[in-house]
Design a protein around this ligand. Structure first.
Ligand code: TYD
Length: 209
């Protein structure tokens, strides 16, 4: 494994099960005594927590560019405070969402320029990119039912029409076609099958990076 650590991003729409998967992967590495940390965007730093509540609640009007720049500010702080130090110490960093969420949500779904988002994302992360991305691909109707079932308080994103999540899902699919650094997992299965499918695809890859 790369001595400078390894960055794994987990991506997917709301209700795809990616947070559960991220936690299971983290537990798996811990059980094997592999140094790892579990982190997330937005909201894993003190600044990020403030930003998270602004973007999740949207009590004041936020235009798409401002929305993206808030996520980018969270990302820059996250890189500086959490990700880059953990990688320098040789950890596997598992991040529940990263820059591709902005490409899918603010780019494909909100209509912002994707090249601009890619450029600012790279800058926010000091040009460091995930070594591997795991995309949990789920039917948006199933994902929506899960969001409604698990919470009586939906975020601004979860309140959007199903069409919005479809655009995001299609955006991820477009972004990830023909990519060798992305593992696509069928999120329509039960939790155990999602975890097993991910571990079988991921573990053999780790030694080759
Ligand atoms: P998430 O942490 O996955 O939500 P939760 O933990 O409440 O399930 O993400 C928060 C929301 O922010 C989610 O709807 C996706 C959205 N988001 C973007 O729109 N752009 C981004 O760049 C990121 C990181 C998240």
């Amino acid at each position: 494994m790369n001595k400078n650590g390894l960055l794994i991003a987990i991506e997917g729409i709301d209700g795809s099960g990616k947070s559960t998967l991220a936690k299971e992967l983290y537990d798996h590495f811990c059980a094997k005594n592999i140094p790892a940390i579990l982190t997330k965007e937005p909201g894993d730093t003190p600044l990020g927590k403030e930003i998270r509540s602004i973007v999740q609640e949207q009590h004041v009007a936020i235009c798409p560019k401002a929305e993206y720049l808030l996520f980018a500010a969270d990302r820059a702080q996250h890189a500086q405070e959490v990700i880059l130090p953990a990688l320098a110490q040789g950890n596997i960093v598992i991040s529940d969402r990263m820059g591709d969420s902005s490409i899918a949500y603010q780019g494909y779904a909100r209509g912002l320029e994707i090249d601009m988002i890619k450029m600012v994302n790279r800058w926010a992360l000091n040009e460091y990119m995930p070594n591997l991305t795991i995309f949990v691909h789920i039917d948006p109707t199933i994902a929506r039912q899960r969001c409604i079932k698990r919470s009586n308080h939906l975020s601004a994103f979860e309140k959007e029409e199903e069409l919005f999540m479809r655009k995001i899902n299609d955006g991820f699919c477009d972004l990830y076609k023909n990519r060798t650094d992305v593992i696509i997992i069928n999120g329509n299965q039960n939790r155990e099958s999602v975890i097993q499918e991910t571990l079988s695809a991921l573990m053999p890859r780790l030694d080759t990076i």
